[in-house]
Design a protein around this ligand. Sequence first.
Ligand code: C5P
Length: 227
Amino acid sequence: MELCVALDLPTKEENLELVRAIKEYDVWLKVGFRSYIRDGAEFLKDIKKINPDFKIFLDLKLYDIPNTMADAAESIMGLGVDMFNVHASAGTKAMKMVMDRLSSFEKRPIVLAVTALTSFSEEDFTKVYEKGIAQKADQFAKDAYDSGLDGVVCSAYESESIKKITSNEFMTLTPGIRPFGEDAGDQERVADIAYAQNALVDFIVVGRPIYKSENPAEVVKKILENI
Ligand code: C5P
């Protein structure tokens, strides 16, 4: 299991300060909406300047018509990131078109599909998708697997079932991780490290428990010692 640290701080400088503080650790860095919209591709270069070995997960959750998604995926190729994601609810046509477009490149990033956002409660999810989280997450995962993606973003609670219906090699990346039972914030379906490990999760994403702590490097070290 690998640790992915979410860079969700209010300013670029604060994010880079966090990156500098943890530069000796073998972790992935997750660049999401907030940071990428504000700081753009330059921010990715700044990260690599601190440590070129950092792997970057660009968490933009693409959702659009198939051709626009494939065009965006091709543009992402130029950023040199190691992983990005799309929404499975964009459909198999869109996911297949993305993978097809990337197939012409010699080396491509890991591509994941978002199943159900970890901030959804069962009730709120059902209002949007008309089925329960577990059932729909399984279906989205199967769609992503059949479309040739490498894995899914899901909660730790769906990881095991998703692997069962796809393959053990089909990756699961789970946000909503509270490594040692910290405050959940706006997340509904949180799990700790031990749970994620039992559920065969490949990547845990941790944001607030790290960047809101007094000593982020210490928290990262403790997480790495426990995974
Ligand atoms: O602070 P916290 O650990 O809750 O951060 C989780 C991160 O994972 C946030 O950047 C959030 O945008 C992202 N995420 C999520 N649920 C998903 C996909 C991404 O919480 N399904």
